[in-house]
Design a protein around this ligand. Structure first.
Ligand SMILES: NC(=O)c1ccc[n+]([C@@H]2O[C@H](COP(=O)([O-])OP(=O)(O)OC[C@H]3O[C@@H](n4cnc5c(N)ncnc54)[C@H](O)[C@@H]3O)[C@@H](O)[C@H]2O)c1
Length: 357
């Protein structure tokens, strides 16, 4: 059993608390929670029967009974929380991205190695039934040799529903850093590591107006690109393209498609754990829905943390690992750097594909 301390009791904490106290409770116990705003921690603790509310992160990190920290802070806060937790001798599972910049990610990776501790993190949707089924189909040759892949994350931003959406437009935010991890982690799990990237990025609107309830009408200055297009050369020779945008109302495009010499795979929304998985084979002449071959089809956020705890206890494969997170961060940062330099950027990280389930 691993005891988990949760830093950050905001919007996403609910599903983690729900799953940690139910589907993952045989291996993970919640040691306690904390938030800058004590009332947020109190609300979550009451909702999920958490006994301990720490008076801030430092008190949590000083508790010798806490084995792992679940970092649910905002992207620009991830580095400070993860660094402090590692320095306190705790393993860390962080929400995405690993850091708000590649430099932050590299520092954390180095620190974890020096301390002999593990960093893991979101997304863990690639361990879900939908994306694991896609992986099985590709690995079993259903689409032949992979030619390429395309990915589209199109929306008009999160300020219409998130109660505190400012962070999406600040350092570490933007559609690539926020949503790119789902798409890129799925692609790396399905196809392997990325070799080099290039891209174009811009912000179409200098400000955004919040239309969710609490902060309705508040204007946020945009500090990051909000429309990012990237091209990737994978190690296996596949060519990937990705568009992530907070600037477009809607579009008639797929989430992810993988193109092979013998067929096409339509991959489900990588921000979910389920299907549908659609396979096109020329002899059928149309897309057919494939049965899901794995468990965890429902919202299983926390599965990566569970898998990490299992790895620590039983030496099973470590899937949602820091190495994978750092690679995805390097790819995302690479699009921006490539655009600034008008160049191709070669990746320094080359993680193995995470083991399938
Ligand atoms: N909201 C979503 O739907 C969603 C979905 C998937 C992933 N995520 C990711 O989860 C993370 C959190 O997002 P959110 O929407 O819950 O944000 P949020 O702003 O609602 O909550 C973050 C909370 O962390 C607290 N916090 C930050 N640093 C702290 C510290 N050092 N000590 C104590 N409390 C601290 C803040 O006070 C805040 O309440 C982000 O990385 C985001 O990308 C969010």
């Amino acid at each position: 059993m691993k005891r988990v301390g949760i830093v950050g009791c905001g919007d996403i904490s609910g599903i983690y608390l729900q799953n940690l106290t139910s589907m993952f409770s045989d291996r993970l116990a919640i040691a306690g929670v904390c938030d800058f705003f004590r009332e947020k921690a109190e609300r979550r603790a009451a909702e999920f029967g958490v006994a301990k509310i720490y008076n801030g992160m430092d008190e949590m990190l000083a508790d010798p009974t806490v084995d792992m920290i679940l970092n649910l802070s905002r992207p620009y806060e991830h580095f400070a929380v993860t660094e402090a937790a590692l320095n306190a001798g705790k393993h860390v599972y962080t929400e995405k991205p690993l850091g708000a910049s590649l430099e932050e990610g590299r520092k954390l990776d180095k620190l974890a190695k020096e301390k002999g501790l593990l960093i893991g993190g979101a997304p863990d949707t690639f361990l879900g039934a939908g994306l694991q089924t896609c992986r099985r189909l590709i690995d079993s040759g259903f689409i032949g040799n992979v030619v390429g892949a395309s990915a589209f994350m199109v929306c008009r931003g999160h300020e219409s529903w998130h109660p505190d959406p400012e962070f999406y437009y600040k350092h570490g935010g933007g559609p690539m850093m926020d949503m790119g991890p789902y798409y890129l982690t799925a692609l790396v799990s399905l196809l392997g590591a990325v070799n080099s990237v290039t891209g174009v990025a811009k912000a179409s609107f200098p400000t955004r107006t919040i239309t969710s309830k609490q902060k309705y009408g508040t204007v946020v200055t945009v500090d990051v690109p909000t429309h990012v297009a990237g091209v990737m050369e994978f190690e296996n020779g596949a060519v990937g393209t990705i568009l992530t945008t907070f600037d477009v109302f809607t579009a008639q495009v797929p989430r992810i498609e993988i193109y092979g010499s013998e067929g096409t795979l339509s991959v489900p929304d990588p921000n979910t754990f389920g299907g549908p998985v659609l396979l096109y084979r020329p002899e059928a002449g149309e897309f057919k829905e494939m049965p899901l071959m794995f468990g965890y089809g429902e919202n299983s956020r926390g599965l990566g943390l569970y898998d990490m705890a299992k790895h620590i206890e039983e030496k099973t494969p470590f899937r949602a690992s820091g190495g994978l997170l750092l690679h995805v961060l390097e790819v995302m940062a690479g699009f921006d750097r490539a655009y600034a330099d008008k160049a191709f950027v070669t990746m320094e990280t080359k993680p193995e594909r995470p083991a399938s389930l």
